[in-house]
Design a protein around this ligand. Structure first.
Ligand SMILES: NC(=O)c1ccc[n+]([C@@H]2O[C@H](COP(=O)([O-])OP(=O)(O)OC[C@H]3O[C@@H](n4cnc5c(N)ncnc54)[C@H](OP(=O)(O)O)[C@@H]3O)[C@@H](O)[C@H]2O)c1
Length: 309
């Protein structure tokens, strides 16, 4: 288990992404995925009020998780993370928006507290201090335990942290941003802020939308709403080279390429727990195995080298 920043949140090293629930995984399959994740030692769920609104027009992921928590009666053993700021009609981080969104999420999740509440995107139209004060009020009321920032620039994250200190209001404890072997933009100013301020990185797109599982190849049709974007990596120089290295290392370790890709990410400085999603139990297995896979310095260096653009 690993800690989120300096908080008391102790999490499994792979967070389960749940934007597939109600989208590419129906309710029954979602329950099976959640059960298997918890049976394998997992405890860290990543959802959002907007998942998967684009497909269902509803916050189906939160609703499914809420039903599952109620039926399994295991709320206290789960570290539950959700987000505010991107749902149609509740965009941004104005205090009133945060207040409405949190009540809606709590109702759907059938709980009275959220462990980690993410600002899903930065909001340049609301002064940072106002959003942070709104989050602070939720923490004081016990509705939220900690807050994090998602999709923030290094400058804005640093500014938010400075304001929290100066004003004595809630402080972001983690950053959620895209990061994986073929998308390494995080390894610059953002990582410096996260490291310097003692935050945790909880990266998403850990599998580059499925590309790093090795299932994308020239001439191969993948049946997925992610296929268009994921297959774009085939057109890069470093994408195919990275997958080749992953497949070779996976063969040597008797693991799946997806496990190796996530183990690489989990081993990077500041990363506490990569997020990855699975649409069925077969896809979940390599995600769980990643948590127990430690790569050696030589293996990390091979992947490092192969994935440099
Ligand atoms: N903060 C943000 O703005 C933000 C944005 C995006 C996502 N997220 C979070 O991150 C999570 C993960 O994002 P993501 O699912 O888009 O990216 P991802 O984890 O990089 O890719 C996961 C996808 O890869 C495929 N896959 C996974 N395991 C596989 C396996 N073993 N074999 C073959 N294919 C496999 C599945 O898609 P197919 O079956 O469709 O191929 C799966 O849904 C989301 O659920 C969400 O919680 C956050």
């Amino acid at each position: 288990m690993r800690s989120i920043g300096t908080t008391d949140l102790s999490v499994f090293p792979i967070s389960l992404g749940t934007n597939v629930f109600g989208w590419t995984a129906d309710k029954e399959t979602s329950f099976a995925i959640l059960d298997a994740y918890v049976d394998g030692g997992g405890n860290f769920l990543d959802t959002a009020d907007v998942y998967p609104y684009w497909a269902t027009g509803e916050s189906t992921s939160e609703t499914i998780i809420g039903e599952w928590l109620a039926s399994r009666r295991n709320r206290d053993s789960i570290v539950l993370a959700t987000k505010v700021g991107m749902l149609e009609g509740l965009e941004g981080l104005a205090p009133a928006t945060i207040r409405t969104a949190v009540e809606d999420s709590l109702r759907r999740l059938r709980t009275d507290y959220i462990d980690l509440y993410w600002a899903h995107v930065d909001d340049h139209d609301t002064p940072l201090v106002e959003s942070l004060a709104a989050f602070d009020a939720l923490i004081q009321e016990g509705k939220v335990r900690h807050v994090g920032a998602s999709n923030y620039s290094a400058g804005r994250l640093a500014e938010a942290l400075k304001i929290s200190e100066a004003e004595g209001v809630a402080r972001y404890v983690a950053l959620q941003q895209p990061y994986n072997l073929v998308e390494r933009g995080y390894e610059g100013e953002l990582r410096e802020v996260v490291a310097g301020e003692g935050l945790s990185s909880v990266p998403y797109f850990g599998l580059a939308r499925g590309f790093l599982t090795g299932k994308y190849a020239p001439g191969v049709a993948v049946d997925s709403p992610r296929a268009g974007k994921a297959a774009e990596y085939l057109e890069t120089v470093h994408g195919p080279r990275t997958v080749e290295a992953l497949i070779e290392l996976a063969r040597e370790r008797g693991a799946a390429p997806a496990s190796v890709a996530l183990a690489w990410l989990a081993a990077q400085p500041t990363v506490t727990a990569p997020i990855a999603s699975a649409r069925d139990l077969e896809q979940l297995r390599p995600l769980m195995e990643a948590a127990a896979l430690t790569l050696g310095a030589e293996e990390l260096a091979i992947l490092d080298e192969a994935s440099r653009p």
